[in-house]
Design a protein around this ligand. Structure first.
Ligand SMILES: [Zn+2]
Ligand SMILES: [Zn+2]
Length: 311
């Protein structure tokens, strides 16, 4: 299962009621943070998901509204008692930026390992989630993250018993290995069902909409996407700034066949993003206007469920 919590939804600068865009994800007791602008740790404290188990931080890009919260957060994670290494993923240049920010957070009781990713790279989280990145379409190198949790195929214990397979061998079959029973080899296909759809989400900010991204986020259970400018605010010139309007974000989500869309990274030009809720849903019905505290669980049994309230 994967729990997701939107910590903030702002772009460029934090506002009193709109902290900067950031997402925290919990799975198997391990936390991963997606972007860390100024003040992100304040939002983490507000929602009580803890600090010590923050194993991974994924940075989309190196603009201040996505990274300036790191040094303070490093100290807070240290104060929470972390001693295990923390991994930071980000685009080319992330190691230099993190090293620069660490000048003011030099003494930490845990190691920080920075891994720079480029288009198409895949990586594994310590809790079994799998990640992949695609280059976004912004003015600087920026990564879109697609994260998956695989679901093991169904195992049929009655068939395994009928074939006389000892119980200690069952997990090997579930992992796809053949096992010896007497003189025979039993292959997984004898006791394991067909592949089953896992869980997936994507974090997409900051970017223009494009075909490559539609293909990359295709079919995810939840897409967290920027919708920086108001529905039809083309005066803001989203293409020049490397962003999307809410209309473009919703159209992209629909074209990509995602199940659910959370919008985030709203410009200060939008007074109240919720005013766009109804119009956004006429473009893509399963759209939620993001707000701090919006949270949901993805599970194999129940799919998508809101954690903060029903909706
Ligand atoms: Zn931004
Ligand atoms: Zn940016």
């Amino acid at each position: 299962m994967i729990d997701l919590l939107l910590l903030g939804t702002g772009a460029m600068v934090p506002l009193p009621d709109r902290p900067l865009s950031s997402l925290i994800v919990r799975s198997g007791g391990s936390l991963a943070l997606f972007d860390c602008g100024e003040g992100t740790q304040v939002q983490m404290r507000k929602f009580h998901w803890g600090f010590r188990r923050l194993d991974v931080i994924c940075l989309t890009h190196l603009h201040a509204d996505h990274v300036a919260g790191l040094p303070g957060l490093f100290h807070t994670v240290a104060n929470a008692g972390r001693t295990e290494p923390m991994i930071i993923y980000g685009p080319s240049g992330a190691a230099a930026v993190v090293a620069g920010l660490r000048v003011i957070a030099a003494q930490l009781p845990y190691e920080i390992v920075v891994s720079e990713l480029s288009d198409g790279d895949r990586f594994d989280f310590p809790n079994g989630l799998r990640g992949q990145v695609r280059e976004a379409d912004h003015h600087v190198t920026c990564l879109v993250y697609r994260i998956e949790l695989d679901r093991a195929p169904a195992f049929d214990p009655r068939k395994a018993e009928a074939l006389g397979i000892p119980r200690p061998q069952w997990s090997r079959l579930q992992r796809g290995e053949a096992v010896a029973v007497g003189d025979d080899m039993v292959r997984p296909v004898a006791v394991v069902g067909p592949p089953r759809k896992g869980l997936s989400f994507a974090f997409l900010t900051d970017s223009r909409a494009n075909e490559s991204l539609r293909e990359f986020v295709n079919g995810v259970d939840l897409l967290v996407s920027e919708g920086t400018y108001a529905l039809d605010d083309y005066e803001a010139d989203p293409a020049r700034h490397g962003h999307m309007t809410i209309r473009q974000a919703c159209a992209q989500a629909r074209a990509a066949g995602v199940d659910r869309l959370w919008l985030t990274h709203f410009s200060g030009r939008i007074d109240d993003p919720h005013r766009h809720q109804d119009d956004a849903r006429t473009i893509f019905a399963a759209t939620d206007i993001g707000e701090p505290g919006l949270s949901a669980r993805l599970s194999f049994t129940n799919g998508y469920e809101r954690l903060d309230r029903s909706g």
